[in-house]
Design a protein around this ligand. Structure first.
Ligand code: DQA
Length: 150
């Protein structure tokens, strides 16, 4: 199984960025832990990070036929991007939305996700462990769907 892990704006700054909210690990460390976990489940992961909305839209558009599913932390675009929401809906791949922080405990503008409604599910508030939980959830969901249709 192949999974694309997409990280949006400012997540390249993890480790330095508001560590009391997002933790002290760098994105490289988070990706390494996620890769180790994914490998233990027989999942091949590819990571992509961009601060640019159009690049995130393009990578999702190119995922069809290459990946079995997507894990995405759209970061600030969660709350603003119709384009990202449409890209996730258009690609049709099972997608799990991840947030390091529990956005419902934060400012009200973070309470609404434009992308969540086109995702299979959402995991938030568990820090970097959220990416591992998302891989696990995606694998279970894909395997469950395969059984349902066979
Ligand atoms: C975030 C939450 C967003 O509201 C914020 O803009 C981020 C990170 C999270 O992982 O907790 O950049 O997606």
């Amino acid at each position: 199984m192949k999974v694309l892990v997409v990280n949006g704006a400012n997540l390249g700054l993890l480790g330095k960025r508001e560590p009391t909210i997002y933790g002290c690990e760098t994105l490289e460390q988070v990706c390494a832990e996620t890769r180790d976990f994914a490998q233990s489940k027989g999942v091949e992961v590819t990571f992509f990070q961009s601060d640019i909305e159009g690049e995130l839209v393009a990578i999702i558009g190119g995922a069809v036929g290459v990946y079995d599913g997507i894990v995405i932390n759209p970061a600030a675009y969660t709350h603003s991007s119709v384009a990202l929401r449409d890209a996730i809906a258009a690609c049709g791949l099972p997608t799990v939305e991840v947030h390091l922080s529990n956005t419902h405990k934060r400012e009200s503008f973070r309470h609404h996700s434009l992308t969540a409604a086109v995702c299979t599910g959402q995991i938030m508030g568990f820090g970097s462990n959220g990416y591992r939980l998302a891989i696990q959830a995606l694998v279970s969901s894909i395997e469950h769907d395969e059984k349902k249709w066979s």
